[in-house]
Design a protein around this ligand. Structure first.
Ligand code: SAM
Ligand code: DTB
Ligand code: SF4
Length: 327
């Protein structure tokens, strides 16, 4: 572990102490020569995980489109003119067959996403039934439904939800350029409500939205200083969708994406770091570099929520080439 971090956590129960990892320290990681950074990340990775194992989560959009929020990256916002239609919540049998298929193709976790600002009680009741059925199949359950209050997180815990995904998306400084309809503090409050119920936290963000290096560093600082750190950290590369405000912006260099993964691995040594959206645009070598940098989870299955992801056959092929097996 880096001395910087060790100093702040010394002899105090790790989960209860704010780590105070500084932006300067995080930036220094990004400024290291690429090979040195990857080497350090790989060392941290190997001392905490089997370096040849990757966790597979399959996503299903259980409620697509028509969202009231204005997230500038998102094709599901009702405010932007994209190809995504406003659909009704999926029927339980459709969710069960998608979960069965995910299980058969080798996923260990099934993540249900909904295009909501936050769930209404009647919708939450339906999601609770879905969670129960997913768990019956022997899959870990995950949901991402927007903001949650204490009562909603309690209800989800009651039916056995394993993970809740709620991303900080970007740094506090850049956040206002991306979303105006909910605040950074709203997100932190939801994460706290999830944590208070003992549901595992899945929290990450998006890079390639036009943020500068300090802002990318700022996202990692927020994530790494969450106490305890999230169990799962999805790092998404923006998938540019026509009709959204971010469509057509300069694309992030893939080495900068890999560096973000490496920094996340060093800063959050025990978290699963997920190589998330954006794989469809990455070649195999870039993905292999991301694994070398410490990514040990992917979204698995040909669709994310509304956009494409590599097919499971293609991923199996890549994993075989790299000698990687599923957890
Ligand atoms: N509506 C809920 C919410 O926003 O909290 C849950 C679903 S939302 C689609 C989940 C996450 O997907 C977002 O927080 C964002 O990080 C990610 N996401 C959405 N659109 C994306 C895109 N075009 N590229 C990369 N990540 C994206
Ligand atoms: C996360 O961090 N990435 C996933 C999941 N959590 C819900 C979503 C990616 C969405 C990409 C755009 C889409 O397919 O609509
Ligand atoms: Fe709605 Fe979530 Fe998309 Fe934001 S990211 S517009 S809250 S679906």
């Amino acid at each position: 572990m880096d001395q910087n971090i060790q100093f702040h956590t010394k002899s105090i129960k790790k989960e209860q102490v704010s780590k105070n990892i500084s932006n300067e320290y995080i930036k220094s990681l990004f400024l290291m020569p690429f090979n040195d950074l990857i080497y350090q990340a790989q060392q941290v990775h190997r001392s905490n995980f089997d370096a040849n194992k990757v966790q597979l989560s399959t996503l299903l959009s259980i409620k697509t489109g028509g969202c009231s929020e204005d997230c500038a990256y998102c094709p599901q916002s009702a405010r932007y003119n994209t190809d995504v239609e406003n659909e009704k919540i999926l029927a339980l049998d459709k969710v069960i067959s998608a979960a069965k298929a995910a299980k058969e193709s080798g996923a260990s976790r099934f993540c249900m996403g909904a295009a909501w600002r936050s769930p209404k009680q009647k919708d939450l009741d339906l999601v609770k039934e879905m969670i129960v059925e997913v768990k019956k199949l022997g899959l870990e359950s995950c949901a991402t439904l927007g903001m949650l209050n204490q009562d909603q997180t309690r209800q989800l815990k009651e039916v056995g939800l394993d993970y809740y995904n709620h991303n900080l998306d970007t740094s506090p400084e850049f956040y206002g350029d991306i979303i105006s309809t909910r605040t950074y503090q709203d997100r932190l409050d939801t994460l706290q409500n999830v944590r208070d119920q003992g549901i595992h936290v899945c929290c990450g963000g998006i890079v390639g939205m036009g943020e500068n290096l300090d802002e990318r560093v700022g996202l990692l600082a927020e994530l790494a200083n969450l106490t305890p750190q999230p169990e799962s950290v999805p790092i998404n590369l923006l998938t540019q969708v026509e009709g959204t405000p971010l469509f057509g912006i300069d694309e992030l260099d893939h080495f900068d994406f890999v560096k973000t993964i490496a920094a996340a691995r060093i800063l959050m040594p025990k978290s699963f770091v997920r190589l998330s959206a954006g794989r469809e645009k990455m070649n195999e070598a870039t993905q292999a570099l991301a694994f070398l940098a410490g990514a040990n989870s992917i979204f698995y299955g040909e669709e994310l929520l509304t956009t494409e992801n590599p097919t499971s056959e293609k991923d199996q092929e890549l994993m075989k080439k790299l000698g990687i097996t599923a957890i």
